[in-house]
Write a protein that binds this ligand. Sequence first.
Ligand SMILES: Nc1ncnc2c1ncn2[C@@H]1O[C@H](COP(=O)(O)OP(=O)(O)OP(=O)(O)O)[C@@H](O)[C@H]1O
Ligand SMILES: [Mg+2]
Length: 224
Amino acid sequence: MLIASHVSKHYETARGPVPILEDMSLEVARGDSVAIMGPSGCGKSTLLYMLGALERPSAGTVTLDGRNPYELNDADQSAFRNQHIGFVFQDHLLLPQLSALDNVLAPTLVSRTAEAAADRLKRARGLLDAVGLASRIDHRPGELSGGERQRVAIARALILQPSVLLCDEPTGNLDRGSADAVAELLVSLQQDRLIILVVVTHSPVLAARFGRRYELTNRVLAPA
Ligand SMILES: Nc1ncnc2c1ncn2[C@@H]1O[C@H](COP(=O)(O)OP(=O)(O)OP(=O)(O)O)[C@@H](O)[C@H]1O
Ligand SMILES: [Mg+2]
């Protein structure tokens, strides 16, 4: 269970604090999917970072199965992220010089598990197959379409078998057909693996595919 409890967030800047979220609570159980919508700049990415152990809340707590990553030291917090959280960033952040396969494998280079290279490779190929890219594993990001790059980013987020998948606008730059394919893929991966899925999106069509929908406006999260 992923629980955000009474979370508030402001960013400190030279011109004073910028308030983003006030007293937000959210619970997502294993096998649940949640969509978060809201206007640009309202704090959706910030919220996702806080859920993903990437940005410390100013107040309140975030816990995954009772563990609060913000109570850990830096090294343990990164290990926590590695072990439990898959993140698809708003700009996918694939490494341009690596093939699709090596991009998917990249997180395994920093993971602490002593898994055999052959097993990782098998899983990376299996994930690229699951996202429909078996025939593109040697392509670099520059040799892939926008939708294909998003699908590589999703495969990469799943390589360490996280229990939580957080996706920031996974279909933001895609045409309708590719967006539908990515949405379909997210839902089926989530159901097959019983993961916790939280997706930020501007698209009501995409949001409709997930179990629950929320709108973030005026610093509060409300059911949509
Ligand atoms: N490190 C930071 N320091 C100060 N302000 C920040 C910082 N990061 C983000 N902000 C501000 O916080 C607000 C929320 O940003 P965030 O990226 O969470 O928005 P968003 O809802 O994801 O927007 P978009 O839909 O455009 O991606 C924005 O107004 C942004 O300018
Ligand atoms: Mg954002």
